[in-house]
Design a protein around this ligand. Structure first.
Ligand SMILES: C[S@@+](CC[C@H](N)C(=O)[O-])C[C@H]1O[C@@H](n2cnc3c(N)ncnc32)[C@H](O)[C@@H]1O
Length: 246
């Protein structure tokens, strides 16, 4: 519990004084975990609301085919044996295309239950061939070394706080097997600065490699122009990394 400092005990504490006291005192672990849990709730509420209010083919990131992701995935983790997780997969058709390509039991993780439900509805009977995980990637209970390939298109770039990116990297390091691959697609430096009303971090190949740090060897990079349902063009950066622990 924080108390305002330098205030006469008998006077009510003004908001400004409270703010200034908060700035001087480091947050306790309880405050930090409360703040993180509020942040997670807000993130989930945001995305649930997006999927509840828009048709799947109307969201700006909708693509009728995830061909560029699939080609990169196939180039480093051929079917059928590779275990794949699509992080922040939403209602993307990538999972349909992974099944078509012969991958067994891909995992789709997303914070929004509504997105997963839409993908399940589209897949019908085939939805039983997929492992669905409704969770925030920053706290998802992922098994160690569980995946041969980790794919993320347009989820990582929403992590604007370095502490969130550090947490994401921990999850990645733990659950991507050594020698496994990461296919990451983010807005490029000349891409949009916001998506779905939220700020994003834009990357070039060097800054993305720096962000991931040691242990991720860049293998391929490509740019991709995404055409939104309203006809705008968004420049993406796609990169493939190998997880190479030192
Ligand atoms: C821009 S959409 C991209 C969806 C999909 N990857 C695609 O390419 O169509 C971002 C997705 O990431 C999900 N997301 C955002 N933050 C997340 C988090 N912290 N953990 C898990 N999913 C998250 C959202 O619910 C949303 O489905």
């Amino acid at each position: 519990m924080h108390t305002a400092v330098n205030q006469p005990a008998t006077l009510p504490v003004s908001l400004a004084a409270y703010d200034s006291a908060m700035q001087r005192q480091p947050p306790s672990p309880q405050d930090t975990s409360k703040a993180e849990s509020c942040e997670r709730d807000a993130r989930r509420a945001h995305w649930e609301q997006v999927y509840a209010s828009k048709a799947i083919a109307a969201v700006s990131w909708y693509q009728p085919s995830a061909a560029q992701s699939l080609a990169l995935i196939r180039s480093v983790a051929p079917p059928p044996a590779a275990t794949i997780i699509d992080v922040g997969g939403g209602a993307s058709v990538l999972v349909d295309q992974l099944l078509d390509a012969g991958y067994r039991t891909p995992t789709v993780l997303d914070v929004a239950a509504g997105a997963l439900a839409a993908a399940q509805l589209r897949l019908g009977e085939r939805a039983t061939q997929v492992h669905w995980l409704q969770s925030d990637i920053l706290e998802a209970p992922l098994e160690p070394a569980a995946y041969d390939l980790w794919h993320d298109r347009a989820a990582f770039h929403f992590l604007t706080d370095p502490a969130q990116r550090a947490r994401y990297r921990c999850q990645l390091l733990r659950s991507l097997r050594p020698g496994g691959h990461l296919v990451l697609a983010c807005f490029a430096t000349d891409g949009p600065s916001r998506c779905s009303g939220l700020p994003v971090v834009r990357y070039d190949a060097a800054s993305l490699a720096t962000e991931l740090g040691e242990g991720f060897l860049p293998l391929q990079e490509a740019s991709g122009d995404h055409v939104t349902p309203s006809g705008a063009i968004q420049r993406f950066l796609y990169m493939v990394f190998r997880h190479q622990p030192r």
